[in-house]
Design a protein around this ligand. Structure first.
Ligand code: G6P
Length: 752
């Protein structure tokens, strides 16, 4: 109500002020127009009288009076008076007789200048306009003729204007009060009352969907904040329930809260620094706006919850076009954008550095070297030089960040930074340095292709701990080290002694957060499409849907997957129109020719297969070849009958775990390549060899025809595995292991 009053008061004040100014101007210009008009008319009339009066001037007062009376009844003319040169009244109209005894001021002006003179005067309380002209006889001044015009009508006219303005203001004020009241009620009070009712319901635990304002509504920021608040509250409630459940069950589950406490204890007050090439948030220009994106990267998916839990610093390449505009003078910013749980420090690279280090050495060299996917690695000296220099640049940035941190924990991520552990450890021996290699490590013969394998191994062995997803990759790494550099391998405890520095090598299977989001918290924000909506969108007869989510990368087995779907429809035509496969494919590393070509190959293959089977708007493969965020993908995970993960080679593959984590309904079947790290944990997936198209087709059929009981039993077991081996546990184990390393006496490094 206060708001409406304030709004109304300011509107009334401004409108009154405006009306007053307009009326004043109008009065002024009308007044001056009417005054000018009156003066002109008085002048003309008086001068015409002058000609009549002059000849009869000497004829005496009776004659003069007759003339004066004759002219006395013109419009606005109040009267006429004739004076002798000394100001003595000779004759005056009857209605002036009592007031014209003394000549008005204009008499003197006229006499002195011997020409006509006029002016506004007051006679009694009457406003008059007096105009005087000289009267001559034989070229000498013989008298003065003065006409008096009534000017009262000018004031009356002005009062009318003021009165009209007052009525206007009154009418406008009433209208404003009415309109403001209606607008405030319908656009502010109504929606706010609805939102506050919703919040009340939320507090009582029975909130429905949040009332949505229309697009562009000024309450939208408030609504979306309220929705986030609702989401956080729902999640907090879930977490509390989960904690209670865990306490009850004496369970060993890791949650974000447990990690926060656990890691703080393990870090013993020291800070956590994470280094990766890919940043967790990218600022991208979108027209005039800056948009924040979360990139498609399993590594980002896995690390984000840890940084959120521990308020550390994440150092990464600022690779997007609006990144520089979003940092402070130290190239830092707090993220996630709305929650600001940790610091992101961006490192800038020139185009040449990015081309050589990232596209060249890392992704055309090491990536195909480590993935057995039949794409030849390319090693160029210039790329290697850039790789070395960029590793030095990141070392510099990391050393700046850890400068004031005692015994910092430094977690380096992936194949982009093989040289970084040594560079950091040499400058800061007190730092606990781990590197996690997110991709496979091949056998020694395959790795020997790399001309700089010794340098890479030496760089890596600067770390106190090297992590891989699975034991097989640890074994391959140790064998590679054994065969190529001077060192001692302690096979019994998986450690390397290289120049008297110990590095332990351990498997730590990475995972996802596994948040049990309640129906309540999911529905609140998103209003996400249901399975029925998704099926309807795919075709009127569609009964089954499969999903795939990948970066467009030749290691992901996308062509094989599509061939499997084609073979399945050939063998089982009863599924035509009934089964659709939705493939989300985020374009990746497209500056590399192999990737760019591969994108078009994937697209063309989907089109070819669709052309064979398409009926009306139904098609077997729906390919979305753009970046999609989790909110867009999750409804498909939840709606799908099956998820296909057909990597030709993959360190872990977090899509498989994301799918399982999303299936709160304990339904859905995972078809999983036997060449992924994930297959070792997700034993209830249907394992496939992606090169075996016949087997792929059969696996799709088996997944679609599996009994609901079997589906549930399998999904239940997989969910238990992912819940228990979630990313919080991964982080806790990794950090515990690093914390347990004895830096002062490395030869005593043992698990306590
Ligand atoms: C793999 C790598 C990550 C990388 C991700 C996305 O998962 O292990 O280090 O971030 O692919 O690739 P990109 O080159 O876009 O970062």
């Amino acid at each position: 109500m206060k708001l409406s009053l304030r709004l109304i008061a300011s509107l009334v004040f401004s409108i009154s002020l405006l009306t007053f100014l307009v009326a004043r101007n109008q009065v002024r210009s009308q007044k001056s127009g009417m005054r000018g008009d009156l003066a002109r008319r008085a002048e003309v009339l008086t001068e015409s009288l002058q000609e009549t009066v002059e000849p009869v001037l000497q004829k005496g007062p009776t004659q003069l009076r007759r003339i004066v009376e004759r002219f006395g009844d013109r419009q606005h003319l109040a009267g006429v008076a004739i004076y002798d040169p000394d100001g003595k009244l000779l004759a005056a109209s009857a209605n002036l007789e009592h007031n014209a005894g003394t000549p008005p001021n204009v008499f003197a002006t006229c006499k002195a200048s011997d020409t006509g003179a006029g002016g506004f005067i007051k006679i009694g309380d009457m406003a008059m306009y007096a105009y005087a002209v000289p009267l001559h006889r034989d070229a000498n001044l013989a008298g003065v003729l003065v006409t008096f015009h009534d000017a009262g009508f000018i004031e009356a006219q002005s009062s009318n204007i003021w009165r009209g303005a007052l009525w206007d203001v009154i009418a406008e004020v009433l209208l404003i009060v009415l309109i403001t009241f209606l607008i405030v009620r319908s656009t502010i009070v109504g929606p706010i009352t609805r939102i506050s009712q919703w919040m009340k319901d939320l507090r009582n635990g029975n909130a429905g969907p949040l009332p949505q304002p229309s697009a562009g509504d000024f309450l939208q920021p408030l609504t979306s904040e309220a929705a986030s608040l609702g989401q956080s509250l729902a999640e907090a409630r879930m977490a509390a329930k989960e904690e209670a459940r865990l306490r009850e069950a004496g369970d060993t589950l890791w949650t974000a809260d447990r990690l926060r406490v656990g890691v703080r204890r393990r870090l013993r007050g020291n800070s956590l620094f994470v280094i990766s090439n890919r940043e967790p948030y990218q600022h991208v220009h979108n027209g005039k706006e800056i948009e924040v994106r979360v990139p498609a990267s399993g590594l980002v998916t896995a690390l984000e919850p840890i940084l959120n839990a521990c308020d550390g610093t994440w150092i990464a390449h600022g690779s997007s076009d609006a990144d520089r505009e979003s940092v402070d003078s130290h190239d830092r910013l707090r993220v996630p954008p709305d929650l600001k749980h940790y610091t992101l420090r961006r490192v800038w690279l020139s185009k040449e550095e990015e081309d050589g280090y990232y596209f060249g050495f890392a992704n055309e060299g090491i990536w195909p070297l480590c993935h057995i996917a039949h794409t030849r690695p390319n090693f160029r000296t210039t790329d290697w030089e850039h790789y070395r220099r960029v590793n030095e640049k990141f070392a510099q940035a990391t050393l700046e960040e850890i400068e004031n941190a005692e015994e910092p924990f430094v977690l380096i991520q992936d194949y982009h930074f093989a040289l970084l552990p040594r560079l950091i450890k040499t400058a800061r021996p007190d730092a606990r340095v781990a590197i996690f290699w997110h991709i496979p490590w091949p056998n020694p013969e395959a790795f020997a292709i790399c001309p700089w394998q010794k340098e890479l191994l030496d760089g890596l062995l600067g770390a106190d701990l090297i992590g891989f997803h699975i034991q097989a990759h640890c074994n391959n790494f140790l064998e590679t080290v054994d065969q190529s550099i001077e060192c001692r391998i302690e096979w019994d405890r998986f450690a390397v002694n290289h120049s008297n520095h110990f590095t332990i090598v351990r498997p730590h299977p990475i995972s996802v957060a596994f948040v049990d989001s309640s129906e309540e918290s999911r529905g609140l924000l998103t209003g996400e499409p249901s399975r029925a909506t998704i099926l309807e969108k795919l075709g009127p007869e569609t009964l089954f849907v499969g999903v795939g989510v990948d970066r467009i990368d030749y290691t992901k087995g996308l062509l094989e997957r599509f061939l499997g779907i084609e073979r399945f429809l050939d063998k089982y035509p009863q599924y035509v129109r009934k089964f659709s496969f939705v493939q989300f494919g985020a374009p990746s590393r497209t500056n590399i020719k192999r990737y760019k070509d591969f994108f078009f190959e994937v697209e063309a293959e989907a089109q070819r297969i669709n052309a064979r089977f398409q009926v009306d708007r139904w098609k077997p493969i729906v390919f979305y070849g753009q970046h999609h965020d989790h909110h867009e993908i999750n409804p498909y995970y939840r709606a799908a009958d099956l998820c296909l993960v057909t990597s030709l080679h993959d360190g872990m593959n977090l899509v498989a775990k994301e799918f399982v984590a999303a299936r709160e309904d304990e339904d859905g079947v995972l078809v999983l390549s036997q060449f992924t790290g994930a297959i070792r944990e997700l034993r209830d997936a249907i394992p496939v060899n992606p090169y075996d198209i016949e087997q792929l087709a059969e696996s799709i059929r088996r997944a679609l025809e599996m009994s609901p009981e079997e589906r549930r039993a399998r999904m239940k077991r997989m969910r238990r595995t992912v819940r228990e081996h979630n990313v919080y546990r991964w982080a806790a184990d990794l950090i515990s292991e690093l914390a347990e390393i004895r830096l002062d006496a490395p030869e005593l490094t043992e698990k306590r």
